[in-house]
Ligand binder design. Sequence first.
Ligand SMILES: [Zn+2]
Length: 142
Amino acid sequence: MSDPTCKACQGSWPNGNHFIGDLGLSKAYLHEDQFFPGWTVVVFKRHATELFHLAPTERIQLMEEVSLVAKTLAQVYEARKINYELLGNQLPHIHWHVIPRLAGDPAPLEPVWRVQHGPLLRSGSELQSTVQRLQQAIQHAR
Ligand SMILES: [Zn+2]
C-alpha cells in the first residue's frame, strides 16, 4: 500500500543516510535540519494520512514507537521538553516530528516552525556519529 506520488512511499524522503532505525511499524530518521539538535522524524511505513485511518492496534504501537524515540532523545540530549508534531500539510504521509528542546533553546515557548532560521545541515562524519549514537541509544532504550 503505497502512493506513487508520495515522497515517503517512494523513498526519496527522508534521506537514507539519516536513517536511525526500524521501529516496527515506522522508521526513525535524523531530520535534515539540525538547528534544533536531535530533531528526528518517525515515518509510518505504509501510506496513511490520518491517525484515524489506522487500526487501533497500529495507533497504539505507533505511539509506543514515537515514545521510544522521545525517551531516547530526552536522555541523549538531556532535553528540558520533547515536542511532538504530526502535521502532514506539506507531505500527507503520517510522520511525527520528535524534537528535543534543550536548555539553550533560542525560543523555548515557541513551536520550532515559528523560529526563523536557515536549515543547519549535517554531513559526513558528523552526521554519521550522531546517527550511530542514536542507533545505539535506541537499542539500549528498548
Ligand atoms: Zn506515502
